[in-house]
Each structure stands twice: as C-alpha cells, then as structure tokens.
Design a protein around this ligand. Structure first.
Ligand SMILES: Cc1cc2nc3c(=O)[nH]c(=O)nc-3n(C[C@H](O)[C@H](O)[C@H](O)COP(=O)(O)O)c2cc1C
Length: 319
C-alpha cells in the first residue's frame, strides 16, 4: 500500500511540475517580464557567441537579430523597466554587432534599420556589450586569488589549444570538485573523461551547442548523477540540484588548476539522451547533467561578456 501511495505521489508531483512548466516557462506564452527577459538573454547571448569567432562570420545571425529586436521593442511597449540589466545588455550587444560591421565597412541595412539603430544606441548608452578579450597568461592570473577575484575571473572559454590535460591533473581536479555539498552527503555524481578525439566529436555532434569552435575541443568531461543514491520519491529532482552544485564546483576546480572549460547544455529529449548513454557506455541509472568541454586555451581568445543581473534584480528581502 505504501509503495502504491508513493508512486501516486511521484506521479502527481510530476504532473504538477508539468503544469507549472507549461504555464510559467516562456515555451508557450510571453505574458510576463521574466519570460520576455529570458527570450532577450537567450537571443543576445547567441549573438555574443557569434562575436567571439575568428574571423567573425559576416552578417551572421539575421533571424536572431530580428527576434531580439522584436523582444526589445515589446519590452518598451509594455512599459517594463528600461534600466533592466538584460534589456540594456541586449541593446549593447546589438550596438556591438552594428559597430563591428560599420568599422569593417560591411553593409547591414537589410538586417538593421535606422530606427532600430537609434533604438538600441539610446538604451545601450554607458553599457558594455559583446565580448572580452584575453591573453592565456592573463586569463589565469587570479586563479589562486581570494574568492572574490577568483570567481569574477572565471569565464566559459570555447577556444582550446592542441595540448592535452593529463590524467594526474584531472584526478586532482575531480578530487577538488568532490568537496561539493550534496543532500545528506549522498554524492551521487560520476565523471566520465573522454580523450578519444573521434568520440569527443561524436558527443559534440549530439550536444550541438558549440558548433563553430567544437573542432578545437580535444577532451570532454561528462557529469552524471546516479539516481540510485536517492531514497524517497520527494527526491526525484535532487539529481539536478546535486548535479548542478557539483558542476559549478567542478568549473571552479578546473579554473583553479588553470584549465579552460565551458559547460554544455544537456537539456535533451529522451532519444538523444539514450544515444549518448549508448555511445559512452553509461548505466541507465545515471542522469546526464552536463557535458563539459575542457582544455588549455589558445594564446589570444575572446569570451562572451555574459552580463550578470544586478543584485536588485535577484535579491528579495523579507524583514
Ligand atoms: C548548464 C549549462 C549549460 C550550458 N550550455 C552551453 C552550450 O550548450 N553552449 C555554450 O556555448 N555555452 C553553454 N553554457 C555556457 C553559458 O553560456 C555560460 O556559462 C554563461 O553565458 C555565463 O558565462 P560565463 O560562464 O562565462 O560566466 C552553458 C552553461 C551552463 C551552466
């Protein structure tokens, strides 16, 4: 009887989450500032990623620019806060895109109109958008600093040199990452280190979120959490919480060991998940949390600026 009740509870919790996702994500409607902000950030970040390419592909992202412009205009029409960090950052990225094409004498009148230039120039004033450039030595200069500087200095790097990371270093990284907290110290995480280039390429093809720089990736870490460590139906989503905390600690551990990395999205449909599990021999009990491209960075590279929200947009105080 107890088992039947717990299965029903598991089902109803999933149903509740299903309803919440349909109603409150921006997948099916755009009827709130949060939903619109998500769309704005999603689209401007994609343009930022295009701006780190060497060389930058001429006139790239026409459809994304059109979508982003529509979302930004809608933001103003609806009277949402024009000082919002993500709205302003969206405008700043468009300005950067426009400036790049103007400086290099490339015609983009058919992509961005004069009215639109006036629009995003007005709202991007005083904002920096687009990319940050680094030299590989400078990039790690704060890797052993206090937490404030250390945390600010980590970025997602997408350009890797031919040099490989050895097993001893990876073991040190994983040991450090393992200090992450988890529910009742269950530590359900596992890491698969892939060094065979042909397999790396196959995994990246399925992941499909890196595209233009994926050729430079030589090594991957696949972070999974084994569902076997969870004891109660109320813990069904703990796999994502513990896995997410571990991924963040792993990114910091990599940065501490002066290894560049970018976490890659594994919000994939079931059939792709199954394909990856088969490809790298994962047990069905394991849930993939993220694929992380790792390596040493090339000498000179850029990263998307990835503007963070202001504290006032994150913190709510209840006295
Ligand atoms: C779970 C997760 C999934 C991500 N997926 C991708 C991806 O598929 N492709 C990509 O280029 N970057 C991806 N990123 C990197 C984010 O774009 C990046 O973390 C974000 O813009 C913040 O920038 P920063 O890491 O440089 O601070 C992902 C990051 C996380 C945490």
């Amino acid at each position: 009887m107890g088992k039947i009740i717990s299965i029903l509870a598991l089902f109803s919790d999933h149903l509740f989450e299903f309803i919440c996702f349909v109603r409150y994500s921006s997948s099916y409607s755009l009827n709130s500032s949060t939903k619109l902000q998500g769309r704005i950030t999603f689209n401007y970040h994609s343009l930022e990623k295009g701006l780190i390419n060497v060389p930058i592909r001429s006139r790239f992202g026409k459809a994304k620019i059109s979508r982003l412009m529509n979302y930004l205009k809608l933001w103003v029409v609806r009277g949402y806060d024009v000082n919002n960090s993500q709205f302003r950052s969206g405008c700043a990225v468009l300005k950067k895109y426009f400036d790049y094409h103007a400086e290099t004498g490339q015609e983009i009148n058919d992509i961005i109109s004069d009215n639109e230039i006036e629009f995003f120039s007005r709202y991007s004033e005083g904002q920096e958008g687009g990319t940050i450039s680094f030299n590989c030595k400078d990039y790690f200069s704060s890797s052993h600093s206090g937490f404030n500087e250390f945390s600010v200095s980590r970025h997602s790097v997408r350009h890797f040199s031919a040099e490989s990371i050895d097993y001893t270093t990876i073991k040190r990284v994983i040991s450090l990452a393992g200090n992450a907290p988890s529910v009742c110290n269950r530590q359900g995480w596992q890491v698969t280190f892939i060094t065979r280039k042909s397999l790396v390429d196959e995994v990246l093809l399925i992941q499909s979120g890196l595209n233009s720089t994926s050729e430079s990736v030589k090594q991957l870490l696949v972070v999974t959490v084994n569902r076997g460590v969870f004891v109660s139906v109320t813990e069904w989503y703990q796999v994502f919480i513990d896995g997410g905390i571990f991924v963040q600690n792993l990114l910091y551990a990599l940065h501490f060991h002066e290894i560049a990395a970018v976490a890659l999205n594994w919000s994939k449909h079931y059939f792709l998940d199954k394909k990856l599990r088969k490809l790298i021999g994962l047990d069905p009990s394991e849930k993939v949390i993220s694929v992380i491209a790792i390596g040493y960075p090339i000498e000179e590279f850029s990263v998307p600026r990835s503007k963070r929200k202001d504290v006032s947009e994150i913190l709510k105080i209840i006295d």
